[in-house]
Design a protein around this ligand. Structure first.
Ligand code: 5GP
Length: 201
């Protein structure tokens, strides 16, 4: 059985990444890694499902134990990908999506060069502001902080393998699956198939 693919999926917050992922995850060959964070849960978020919500002390302990594939600080909170959320699933042939910010993504690119990296762009910063305000989960001050952060994050977009502009949902999701299909058809992923064809003379 072939191993699953590690997929890095970054987007400024409020970009509609959550809605896209909900569609993608209807396909059971994909899962998202549940990150650890020191941020407080938002309404409706469940510990162990949305995130593993940790105290700063417990988060630091995990760093000392080398439990993270990557970790980063974002808007004064720590976020990290636990190795236990990634490798066991890749071994089982499941594609693991890391929904992470750019600093962590750069780390994963260095550590796992075989990862497929995708950046989701909002149609515009104006539209991003509209979406964040509509979500209504953050104060105006936090929204302003996240917007200025977004502009900085977008400047890293050219480091990724692929860009998806998140306009109409259906198109964005279809772009995602096209990327994955393209990766599956790359010669390096097809070596087994080439050999099978040759052996079936
Ligand atoms: P939020 O607080 O809105 O859930 O997430 C804030 C940012 O942290 C988002 O850009 C999200 O992708 C990122 N993030 C979530 N989990 C991780 C993680 O495990 N590692 C890193 N580096 N970033 C993460």
């Amino acid at each position: 059985m072939s191993k699953g693919r590690l997929i890095v999926f970054s987007a400024p917050s409020g970009c509609g990444k959550g809605t896209m992922l909900a569609e993608i995850l209807k396909n059971d060959k994909f899962r998202t890694s549940v990150s650890a964070t020191t941020r407080s849960p938002r309404e409706g978020e469940i510990d162990g499902v949305s995130y593993h919500f940790l105290s700063r002390e417990d988060f630091m302990k995990k760093i000392d134990e080398d439990a993270f594939l990557e970790h980063a600080e974002y808007c004064e909170n720590c976020y990290g990908t636990l190795l236990t959320e990634v490798d066991p699933y890749l071994e089982k042939g499941i594609n693991v999506i890391l929904e992470i910010e750019v600093q962590g993504a750069m780390d994963v690119m260095a550590k796992r060069p075989d990862a497929v990296t995708i950046f989701v762009l909002p149609p515009s910063l104006k539209e991003l502001r509209r979406r964040l305000e509509k979500r209504g989960t953050e104060s105006q001050e936090v929204i302003e902080k996240r917007l200025s952060k977004a502009a900085g994050e977008i400047s890293f977009a050219d480091k990724y393998d692929y860009i998806i502009v998140n306009g109409p949902l259906e198109e964005a999701v279809s772009d995602f699956f096209s990327i994955i299909r393209g990766e599956e058809l790359k010669t390096a992923s097809m070596v087994e198939t080439i050999n099978e064809v040759l052996q079936n003379a």
